[in-house]
Write a protein that binds this ligand. Structure first.
Ligand code: PAF
Length: 279
């Protein structure tokens, strides 16, 4: 089930296609959690074969970001994939994905300028490039992305449409801990005190939705109340952004409307967490 080379993955895909099998694909950076499991389960339901990739993609990390300390545990990931009945785990090497002389990138313009894109230069260029490469290798019928990385989801959908890729991008709901914290491999970085303060993100988002449902439409007022909530938690170091955006264009809104997305990025200690909610 473990495939480590691009060549072998392509051979397997060729055979599966010949047999007329449908392929569902879950691209990940590993350290798999319940959120990833939910994507695998969706894929299993809708496709005959499910492929998961585990690849910590160096080109989507900026300088000073957490590439080196990003949690990695292939044995554990393999176990999770086995438990979920995944057919193949694709784990290519960095040197094979980006050999010397590598020069080709996919850039989705516009959508990548705001939200996380404004603070993580080159991040989405790295994401769209690796996802395009993985789609070329795995040739999935459907690919599964969580809504937690909402901007990533919209960027990938745009890329697939613009480049006429034959893949259906399926978005799946955010999976949360019982207390509301959105699942993320980066939650592993949090100390017990930080873990408590990490709740500030979901608390603020739930409050935003409550305000909206009570009739508040002024985006600034909603964001101000969210800021107050977040700042009341001791381990919050910085609110990088809070935005209310149109769900497709990702343009910031002054007046919130049904379907808009409230998104935020907050540093809890040195850990940057993101989350969002749809109004
Ligand atoms: O969401 C992720 O884990 C990554 O950004 C992805 C889509 C696997 C690309 O490296």
């Amino acid at each position: 089930m473990l495939i480590r080379s691009i060549k072998e993955m392509k051979q397997v895909v060729k055979k599966l296609k010949k047999e007329g099998k449908t392929i569902g694909f879950v691209p990940t950076m590993g350290y798999l959690h319940e959120g990833h499991r939910s994507l695998m389960r969706c894929s299993k339901k809708e496709n005959q074969i499910t492929v998961v990739s585990v690849f910590v993609n160096p080109i989507q990390f900026g300088e000073g970001e957490d590439l080196d300390r990003y949690p990695r545990d292939l044995e554990r990931d393999l176990q999770v994939c086995r438990e979920e009945g995944v057919d193949f785990l694709f784990h290519p090497k960095v040197e094979e994905m980006y050999p010397e002389g590598y020069s080709t990138y996919v850039v989705v313009e516009g959508l990548t300028e705001g939200l996380c894109g404004a603070f993580r230069e080159g991040h989405f260029k790295g994401v769209s490039t690796v996802v395009a490469k993985l789609f070329n290798i795995v040739q999935p019928d459907r690919a599964y992305f969580g809504r937690k990385d909402y901007q990533q989801l919209i960027v990938i959908k745009r890329m697939v449409e613009d480049l006429n890729m034959d893949v259906e991008v399926v978005d799946c709901p955010i999976v949360r801990e019982e207390d509301g914290l959105a699942l993320s491999s980066r939650n592993k970085y949090l100390s017990p005190e930080e873990r408590r303060s990490a709740l500030s993100l979901s608390k603020a988002l739930f409050r935003a939705k409550e305000l909206f449902e009570a009739g508040e439409r002024d985006a600034e007022k909603i964001k101000e109340e969210m800021r107050k909530i977040i700042k009341s938690y001791p381990e919050v170091k910085d609110i990088q952004y809070i935005e209310i955006v149109h769900p497709h264009t990702l343009k910031p809104k002054k007046k919130a409307e049904k379907g808009d997305v409230v998104a935020l990025a907050v540093f809890i200690g040195n850990t940057r967490l993101i989350d969002n909610i749809t109004l």
